[in-house]
Design a binder for this molecule. Structure first.
Ligand code: SF4
Length: 300
């Protein structure tokens, strides 16, 4: 199994393995490396609950086919879903990675933006846009198009197409993107550490890096910063940083994203994996759906 040179901790650090092997969610899953492909997930329902077509009557899932997604976690407002287990992501920038989506439960992703409920998953991220005459999301500069993958995944969840995750085996040896949409700090941290521990590499970003209660995420997530001033503050707090810039101008300690520099996908690069293996600062010229509204932020 190919391992990233950026993740020596995953390939053999006993300390890291001890750190991620605690939570109940990993019961029955060892963090040791395996040369065997992960077995297909099994239905959480007893066999007698399937209909004569093999479909699980609780979750409307055909368990004879490989399953593409699971519910990782739910609370009152949010559902967190991992996809890409059987159908590789077609995102050329990220490459083949399991994608983790943080979604508002009560309304669709496009409706959440229109009503401002996306604050439940994105917090105070400035790229959500602003409110004008009761309409939210005006001049939104986020690169994610909520009407595409997030909308489809939310609808599939509403239709009961995802079952709860029962084991981390499906993450063994996979590359993982924490937060394909929404802020990954809504995932329980022990679960995220456990997933990182069995994976073969990950990427992740948070705009919530200032919050005292979220400092434990420094080890696996990048601080998404919107200015050089924020970069300096985040680094002084121990974070690795990721900054979207209007052009190629950058701070002397910032490295241009490998996908822009040489066309390497995230699944091969894996540089945006937090500060566990040393602080990095990456920058990338503005891109994606909201690029026309992009403005550099200021330290708040
Ligand atoms: S630096 Fe690497 S991991 Fe980070 S966004 Fe660019 S390609 Fe992806």
């Amino acid at each position: 199994m190919r391992r990233s040179p950026h993740h020596p901790a995953v390939t053999g650090s006993d300390a890291f393995r001890r750190e991620v092997s605690g939570p109940a969610i990993v019961a029955g899953v060892s963090n040791h490396e395996t040369t065997h492909p992960p077995p297909l997930p099994r239905s959480p329902c007893h066999d007698r609950l399937r209909d004569h077509h093999g479909h699980c009557r609780h979750h409307r899932i055909d368990w004879r086919s490989p399953v593409n997604g699971f519910i990782l976690h739910e609370d009152e407002s949010r559902v967190i879903i991992a996809t890409g287990f059987s159908t590789p992501s077609d995102n050329r920038k990220t490459g083949d990675m399991v994608q983790i989506w943080i979604l508002v439960k009560s309304v669709s992703p496009t409706e959440a933006i229109r009503t401002g409920l996306d604050r439940l998953i994105c917090g105070n991220c400035m790229h959500r846009g602003h409110e004008e005459n009761g309409r939210f999301g005006v001049e939104r500069s986020c690169y994610v198009n909520p009407g595409q993958a997030p909308q489809g995944i939310w609808k599939a969840w509403k239709s009961g197409n995802y079952a709860p995750l029962r084991s981390l085996e499906c993450f063994v040896g996979r590359k993982v993107r924490f937060g394909a949409y929404g802020d990954p700090t809504h995932i329980p941290l022990p679960l995220a550490l456990a997933i990182a521990g069995v994976s073969s590499g990950w990427t992740g970003y948070t705009h919530q890096w200032r919050k005292p209660s979220l400092q434990g995420w420094r080890s696996i997530l990048m601080a998404s910063v919107d200015s050089i001033a924020e970069l300096v503050i985040a680094r002084s707090m121990g974070w690795s940083t990721f900054r979207v810039t209007p052009d190629l101008d950058h701070h002397s300690i910032e490295t241009l994203c490998a996908s822009d520099r040489v066309g390497t996908p995230c699944s091969e690069c894996l540089a945006c994996a937090g500060a566990r293996t040393g602080q990095r600062s990456i920058h990338i010229p503005v891109h994606g759906t909201g690029a026309r509204h992009f403005k550099e932020g200021v330290a708040k």
